[in-house]
Design a protein around this ligand. Structure first.
Ligand SMILES: Cc1cc2nc3c(=O)[nH]c(=O)nc-3n(C[C@H](O)[C@H](O)[C@H](O)COP(=O)(O)OP(=O)(O)OC[C@H]3O[C@@H](n4cnc5c(N)ncnc54)[C@H](O)[C@@H]3O)c2cc1C
Ligand code: FES
Length: 350
């Protein structure tokens, strides 16, 4: 194994990166926070210019990194590995009030695996040592085959002995159908790394928070809401949770109770494909009804790429613009293969 020097401009910092390691991974482990979202070569957020030296471009989606961009010296550093000493131009991303937690490897034991809906499992990992993260961030869970999959953390940094994940079954999926929904059980040892992502609670933003979740996009929202409740941070929060059928509305009692107990929190569950006692419709539709004007709020959207895209549109129609919107797209291997969800606007926060 060879190690190369990666120089990061314009900050002029040199770090070491192994030839089997992605450049972004080496940076994040040194606490150098460069823009990234999916960490799987799918979204294009981590695109950086290679000013000098050679890289192996890795498994970059051709939709996220065009052939012409490659030829001009750009790379997706979440999958690019050094083949010589390299210099990159990186948009080092520090934001006031958002802590930087260097990425680390962690291990733990499965404390429980429970069905919260017919297609969603809550996985609790008792961690060997506390995991430092910002509410909203995610981990890369290592599967028995050695592949990694991103999952948002639903627990809070205050609960340092365990992390909670909400995992939805993907038919034919390697991690879910092939492991989590097949034979993962209490007592199993697991490994993961983290924390990753820029989708996290912004404590210094004082505007009312609109949390817009589809399916297991609820996980990072639960982390943020619990964090606010546990720390007594003063934020007004409205949570929309959109699902197709009532049985998919998990953790409903917990959120309803919190809503009943606190003025700062409002819970708005939404079911799109069947009538029930509550509101029927997709999150973007209900949002448009409730917020003809959304300016003055800060929004966090998380769910499937199509849910995120439609909700973005609804917010922008309601005059809430990208600088006030944070998003996490739950890309999977199918999105990677068909490339229809690359976000091209640098204005959109991830
Ligand atoms: C930042 C982030 C956070 C996430 N957080 C969560 C979370 O908290 N909870 C959650 O449930 N999910 C989350 N996801 C999604 C999750 O990481 C996985 O993508 C999902 O669980 C599927 O993993 P899998 O290995 O089971 O499926 P995969 O093996 O990755 O396959 C997914 C689907 O694509 C199909 N497929 C595989 N390869 C191809 C191909 N080449 N062409 C076409 N189709 C293909 C499969 O048949 C399957 O239907 C997150 C994703 C991201 C990017
Ligand atoms: S973070 Fe590199 S392509 Fe998404």
């Amino acid at each position: 194994m060879t190690s190369y020097t990666v120089s990061i401009e314009p900050i002029g910092v040199d770090i070491q990166c192994r030839d089997d390691q992605a450049v972004l991974d080496a940076c994040l482990r040194e606490g150098i926070w460069l823009p990234h979202a999916c960490t799987h070569g799918t979204c294009g957020t981590c695109k950086a210019e290679i000013l000098d030296g050679e890289v192996d471009f890795g498994d970059a989606s051709p939709y996220a990194l065009l052939e012409s961009e490659r030829a001009e010296g750009a790379a997706l550093i979440c999958v690019a590995k050094p083949r010589s000493d390299v210099t990159i131009e990186g948009d080092v991303d520090a934001e006031e009030g958002v802590d930087v937690h260097p990425v680390r490897d962690y291990s733990g034991m499965i404390e429980s695996v429970s069905d919260v809906t017919p297609t969603v499992r809550r996985v609790i990992i008792a961690v060997d040592e506390p995991v430092a993260f910002n509410p909203g961030q995610y981990v890369l869970l290592r599967t028995p085959s050695g592949d990694e999959r991103p999952y948002s953390i639903a627990s809070t940094p205050q609960d340092s002995s365990r992390i909670e994940l909400h995992i939805k079954l993907s038919e034919g999926g390697l991690c879910t159908a092939g492991w989590v929904f097949k034979n993962l059980a209490g007592g199993d040892r697991v490994a993961f790394s983290g924390p990753y992502g820029r989708f996290s609670f912004r404590p210094l933003r004082e505007e009312p928070m609109l949390l817009l979740a589809g399916g297991t996009g609820l996980a990072p929202m639960k982390s943020m809401i619990r964090h606010i409740a546990e720390t007594g941070a003063e934020h007004e929060v409205v949570l929309y949770h959109g699902v197709a059928t009532v049985e998919e509305l998990y953790d409903r009692e917990w959120f309803a109770e919190l809503d009943a107990e606190h003025d700062w929190f409002s819970y708005r569950p939404a079911v799109s494909r069947e009538e029930w006692q509550g509101r029927t419709g997709r999150v973007p539709t209900l949002l448009a009804q409730d917020y003809p004007k959304a300016a003055g709020n800060v929004a966090y959207i998380c769910g499937s790429p199509s849910m995120v895209a439609d909700t973005m549109k609804a917010l922008m129609n309601a005059r809430l613009f990208p600088r006030n919107i944070y998003r996490e797209d739950f890309f999977d291997s199918a999105d990677r293969a068909n490339g229809n969800n690359v976000v091209r606007s640098p204005l959109i926060k991830r």
